[in-house]
Design a protein around this ligand. Structure first.
Ligand SMILES: [Zn+2]
Length: 419
């Protein structure tokens, strides 16, 4: 059962299902949005509900981060330093993360992942996808799926687990044998809670033909499909995503205009991961506009991973989508909420229409544009999931004690559950 809450004194309310409302209020009952509108029109009978005073701040739907690799151990400092000064450092690559993840205890892995999920919630993520992928043997990949399940246990954050056994071909393994092994593991992955199967289809990873085999088998095993496509080179992965009608094609740095139209026609969501583009110093940004102009439904995700996008913050990804990829603020916020939900096939979130999950953010500023314009500042004052405040900043100067009735929960008082 979800929580019940009335949020009052909202400066600007974004629902995506109605025009923006100023001086607004929003009612969540049993975890779902029951009413939204002007504060002065608040219906009677909400006096029994806990009250959250937004103090004039803007409210938007919670972020849906639809592409993360948030379960790993170890670090990739060598890779980061080598990217800055190739002459002085030797990159270690994904193998070092696989080794460190394999060496970590279950408890350590769950703890590390749990901390990352808490950081995501603090910056406004209310639903996240998490991929396996740093195991690279069937047993190790299945262990990661179990650890994801344990890390999520008791958390308010909703997590969608994805099986990414096909991340890279492990050193010393014969390609076709490894592909068959991944395929043979699909039913177990599903039993362990995976809803999705992903393949890293790119130069140095899996070929289009291998990806087709794995994703076709995944669909037959009852898993939804998504694909890392056209990040490092143009390989034909986007064409494959359109052919298979994958839920999403992700990265797409090298996508062509004809591919973009094919994705739009097939209803494949294009997932932008601008932090990875920045981190890898690719200087490729124009694909976002190519995809948008072709009519592709866009999502924005963090791609949180140790090697190429160490970032749990959706506000930061949105800032880069605007400043580097030239998306408008509304386009970017829509992609980070509704678009992420579409990429995960979750139509009950990403918006605040009546009946949607009560997943919302009280922003630090009184206008949603400030989330993009104010760089380096905390963007989210409070994260609400299913009608419960799960995280809130204690430093926001906008938060003042409310003079409303005794049931009021002012944002100046710590009530969060995620430290
Ligand atoms: Zn990725």
């Amino acid at each position: 059962m979800g929580g019940s809450l009335v949020v009052r004194r909202i400066g600007r309310l974004t629902t995506w299902t109605t025009p923006r409302v100023e001086d607004a209020a929003l009612v969540v009952r049993d975890g779902a949005v029951a009413w939204a509108g002007a504060d002065r029109d608040l219906p009677p009978g909400v006096g029994d509900l806990e009250e959250l005073d937004a103090c004039g701040a803007a409210v938007i739907p919670g972020f849906v981060d639809c592409h993360t690799h948030a379960i790993w151990a170890g670090d990739r400092r060598a890779d980061f330093l080598a990217r800055l000064d190739a002459a002085a450092y030797t990159p270690e690559g994904i193998a070092s993360t696989v080794a460190a993840t394999g060496a970590a205890t279950d408890e350590e892995l769950v703890g590390l992942t749990h901390r990352r999920l808490a950081a995501m919630m603090a910056s406004g993520t209310t639903t996240a996808e998490v991929k396996s992928g740093y195991g690279l043997t069937p047993e190790a990949e299945l262990r990661l799926l179990s650890a994801i399940e344990q890390a999520v246990l008791g958390e308010a954050l909703h997590v969608e687990a994805t099986y990414l056994g096909a991340h890279v071909v492990p050193d010393g393994r014969e390609r076709s044998a490894y592909v068959e092994e991944v395929i043979a593991t699909l039913p177990q992955a599903r039993r362990l809670g995976a809803r999705w199967c992903d393949v890293f289809c790119d130069d140095g990873a899996f070929t289009v033909e291998e990806a087709r085999r794995i994703l076709t088998a995944a669909a037959a095993a009852g898993l939804g499909t998504r694909i890392h496509a056209e990040q490092l080179a143009l390989t034909g992965a986007a064409t494959l995503a359109a052919e298979l009608r994958c839920a999403s094609a992700d990265h797409l740095d090298h996508v062509t205009a004809p591919d973009a139209f094919a994705l739009a026609n097939a209803g494949v969501v294009g997932v932008l991961v601008p932090v990875a583009s920045l981190y890898s110093r690719s200087q490729r940004w124009s694909h976002a506009v190519t995809l948008r102009d072709a009519g592709v439904t866009l999502a924005i995700a963090t791609d949180c991973n140790p090697g190429t996008s160490w970032c749990e913050s959706m506000p930061y990804a949105v800032q880069l989508a605007c400043l580097c990829m030239s998306l408008g603020v509304d386009d970017a916020l829509r992609a980070a909420t509704l678009g992420g939900a579409a990429a995960l096939g979750l139509h009950d979130r990403g918006h605040l229409g009546v009946g949607a999950r009560g997943d919302l953010l009280v922003l630090a500023g009184d206008h949603e544009v400030d989330l993009v314009a104010h760089l380096g500042a905390p963007a989210v004052a409070a994260t609400v999931i299913g009608g419960r405040v799960v995280s809130e900043s204690k430093s926001s100067p906008r938060r003042v004690a409310s003079s409303a009735p005794t049931s009021t929960k002012s944002l100046s008082q710590p009530v969060g559950t995620s430290a």
